[in-house]
Ligand binder design. Sequence first.
Ligand SMILES: [Zn+2]
Ligand SMILES: [Zn+2]
Length: 567
Amino acid sequence: MKDRFEIAAELREIARLLAIKGENPFKAQAYLRGASALETLEADFEALVKAGRIKAIPGIGSALAATIEESYRTGECRRLQQMRQELPRGVIALSEVPGLSLKKIVALNETLGVENLAELKAACENGLVSNVKGFAVKSQAKLLADIEKLKSPGEGALLLHHADDTAEKIINHLRACPELIEAAVAGALRRRQETIRRICIVAAGTQPRPLLDRFLGFPALTRTDELHDSRCRARLVGGLPVELVIVPPDAYAAALHARTGSRRHIAKLEQLTRKRALPGATADGGRQARPASESEIYRHLGLQYIPPELREEEGEIEAAQRGTLPELITVADVRGMTHCHTVYSDGRNGIEEMALAAEAMGMAYLTITDHSPSAYYARGVGIDRLRAQWDEIARVQERVKITLLKGTESDILADGSLDYPDHYLEQFDIVIASIHSRHKMAAEQMTERLLRALKLPWFKVWGHPLGRLLQSRPPLECRIEAVLDAIATSRCAIEVNGDPRRLDLEPRWIRAARERGIKFIVSTDAHSIGGMKNLRYGVATARRGWLTRGEVLNTLEARAFMQAVHP
Ligand SMILES: [Zn+2]
Ligand SMILES: [Zn+2]
């Protein structure tokens, strides 16, 4: 059975195909309006379909209602299938290339069988396109340049911290508008996903128009895709869509909740609602008192409050029903800034600067963990400079209140050994063990390498465990369950690395680790004072992995932490 979001996606595709065909723009608009009516529906969708009352939804007329009902009942949308058959495959992606009209796409498809951008690019590179009717050698070169400029969907996504900064700027920009009552970010960004494909902001206000005007005046917006009475979708310079939804103040909590998603989470709540009406909506589209807060929405369903980071339909609703949702760690729980680099290796600030910055953030301790010698590209610290660093740490300690711990981020070498002689490893206050080379080792060999390192007798923290770099390097391959099993019986904790390019270990494996009773540190991997901001992303990732304060070692006070992690 299709849910309303899947059906809305079909309506959007029809709208796009109508526009490509050059049909009356009002037709396409009607489908877009219908799609957004479904996406933002507060009433129970399935109950409305079953009662034959889809037409009662504002923005949906008879023809559209018939299409929606058909798609829901039969699982198929004939209108869409028909249009897909009429038009060449891949027409939507191809139509993104500037100047490529439907006529030209059809010619390319019929002559060369081109069905996507990659094939079009290859055809251009091989000089085949200039033979197609309507194309010259010159237009082929221009086409190639235009394809290069188009970004693939994955590339358009922003990393969490960039999306976070941008959304914050937009909200601050909106705050200058006196009509704004409140505003917050929703969607995947509020759920703290690691990459963001769309920023959605929900605002409360009684007069949408001035808010929309203010929003569209945000300097980094380059084009407006959709503009409605109280909603607008525009694009940032890099192509990322940003949506602003304005609702009356009494509808704010429900709208923020619905727009935060995830779709699967909301769909599951809707199933529960069928047994118990959601506050703010009834099956016949009528209204009850609207929820004043998100907590009220969950309370009404007999659930514990579910924080946004957990709303993924991965067991959180069942746990909330049982009352067993953990109380998640917060930034305020963290007492120690862990995994920090200084100018001794590839950091930008000195020991004292880092100490003062961490102190200013209210931290009780800071672990200095520069790279070990084999990380030559990162100016790993050799034995002689290590002595000098320890001396400097001792001198700085006399001048600052925060407790300084002398540590290392030691490479896990290819054979699974660590990078300093044993009697040095023993002298550190904390050892973080990380892989920085040979990421592509075969899974079995990698597993052996990790098992050997993590079972070493010293207490160590497994740093940025799977070594992924978002959008550029996939996680390393190993039998992770076996590695976690070994950690559970070794002197070892796992890092949740808050560098927004890493966010490693990722949430699903954090949960697998916590089920084994493994402890964590939430760290910043700061290479400068500014990098300490990563703490918020580390904590967000820990929360997505369901971690509580008690499972995270650097929520301990300095003395207890030092005892817990001492090698
Ligand atoms: Zn590292
Ligand atoms: Zn590091």
